[in-house]
Design a protein around this ligand. Structure first.
Ligand code: DLL
Length: 434
């Protein structure tokens, strides 16, 4: 049986979705032009007025917004309504520069929670479920977003927040949680801890996990599915567009459906800003279609992905996005070679290592250094130096063939790389500090 949270829209014919988008974009552009002087200035500079926007086809005439604009307009410059109508804020965990602060009216929260509810139902959730939310609560959007969605679906919601893994496991086992929501790296850690405590995957009642907020590979999905005995679903979003639930995976697990009645997606060439045709790889750009508090038009996410309108067996008609294949800004250039952390993770898991690793890039005597610290699984561990060197050499060869560049591999003892309860810190690029 197929389950949808809002079937009439989730399975609407493409023409119907387009009609809704066309209606909404005309209103949203007028709203932003009238309420957000910062964006009105950008439109005026480009010589565009709301009258030029008659359908989503005209979106390409609008100026882009980037994180730099958000910094410049910080904190209130992109607000779409009076502060008295705002009921909440969320914010990014950004460690450099000013944080992004997003504003929500009650209407925005309602629509956001609907998006998260769609994701939970797509993962098989219903009011019969017990949903353990272990994304961080607070300024981060993960906890509140999935929490609100879980309420809407009618699940019994466990507002655990992240961390305190022993307590997570105790609640999970005692209350019989059936759905877990957290970052994939935390899911992997919970799986590992369960095994250490002597639990088999079949000992828990979990059936599904909703994981996102950071890049993760197909190999990592398989590992989590095995260790927790669940089906693992991807969920995508960013603070600027409200949070998780901009896009979510269905049972086909072949990309995430974008909630197109609320967000219009484009793929652009990150260098030229040119809109690329469906199927092209490029930077994802979102236009909110019905936001009040923080209505962003043509926001550049820096996430690199591909959109596809291929028919999905789940019956949903929303366009699908691939997992972010990297970010136009987290791509590392090491000795002139483009390297994405996700490629490194793919090699590690293929070679039988765990996703506990750290990449350290530095520059010594004008030459980039590239080191990867990886925990050695117990079955590969040996106290013979020569054996360990052989493992390191093999891993170096596998990396070189994937990346075109060979890192120095350091196998370290199990459990020595710090575990994450939120987003894992995978890359330490010391070059940026110079
Ligand atoms: O991470 C919102 C979120 C919370 C999404 C919980 C999913 C689940 P930010 O902290 O603003 O918001 O970070 C947004 O994280 O631009 C992507 O680069 C990355 N990201 C989010 N979801 C995924 C995903 C939240 N499923 C940034 N896969 C985005 C890969 C993701 N990267």
């Amino acid at each position: 049986m197929k389950n949808y949270y809002q079937p009439e829209i989730e399975t609407a014919p493409y023409e119907k979705i387009r009609e809704i988008q066309n209606e909404k974009i005309v209103k949203q552009v007028k709203y932003v032009y009238g309420n957000v002087p910062y964006y009105r200035n950008l439109m005026e500079k480009k010589g565009v007025t709301p009258d030029d926007i008659k359908s989503v086809d005209d979106i390409k005439k609008l100026p882009f917004l980037s994180k730099d604009d958000l910094r410049e307009a910080y904190p209130y410059g992109l607000l779409g309504t009076d502060l008295k109508n705002i009921v909440r804020i969320h914010s990014t965990s950004g460690t450099t520069g000013k944080r992004v602060v997003a504003f929500y009216t009650q209407h925005d929260i309602d629509l956001w929670e609907d998006c998260c509810a769609r994701a939970i139902v797509a993962a098989g959730g219903s009011d019969e479920d017990i949903c353990q939310v272990c994304y961080g609560y607070g300024l981060f959007t993960g906890g509140s977003g999935l929490h609100g969605g879980s309420h809407k679906v009618g699940c019994m919601t466990l507002p655990m927040s992240s961390g305190n893994t022993d307590r997570q496991i105790q609640f999970m086992m005692d209350l019989g949680s059936t759905i877990i929501c957290c970052t994939p790296s935390y899911a992997a850690y919970i799986g590992e801890t369960l095994a250490e405590k002597g639990y088999k995957p079949s000992d828990n009642k979990l059936k599904a996990g909703i994981f996102g907020a950071e890049p993760w590979t197909e190999e990592m999905r398989q590992e989590i599915e095995k260790s927790l005995g669940i089906k693992a679903y991807d969920i995508y979003g960013l603070t600027e567009t409200s949070g998780p639930g901009v896009a979510f995976e269905c049972e086909e697990q072949t990309g995430m459906h974008i909630n197109e009645d609320h967000f219009y997606a484009e793929i652009i060439d990150p260098d030229t800003g040119e809109v690329l045709p469906e199927g092209s790889k490029g930077e994802l750009v979102f236009t909110s279609l019905d936001k009040e508090g923080f209505p962003l038009l043509r926001y550049r996410t820096k996430d690199i992905c591909i959109l596809s309108r291929e028919k999905c067996s789940c019956g949903r008609t929303f366009v699908k996005m691939t997992k972010p294949l990297g970010r136009s800004d987290d791509m590392m250039i090491i000795r002139g070679v483009n390297v994405f952390p996700s490629q490194i993770e793919t090699v590690l898991l293929k070679e039988g290592y765990t996703p506990n690793y750290q990449i350290v890039v530095d520059r010594v005597n004008n030459t980039d250094t590239f080191d990867i610290y990886v925990e050695c699984p117990a079955e590969l561990f040996s106290d013979k130096v020569s054996e360990m060197q052989t493992h390191e050499k093999n891993l170096n060869t596998a990396m070189r063939s994937m990346l075109g560049i060979g890192p120095k591999i350091h196998l370290v003892a199990p459990k020595t790389i710090e575990r994450s309860e939120g987003k894992a810190v995978r890359v330490i690029d010391k070059r940026k500090l110079h």
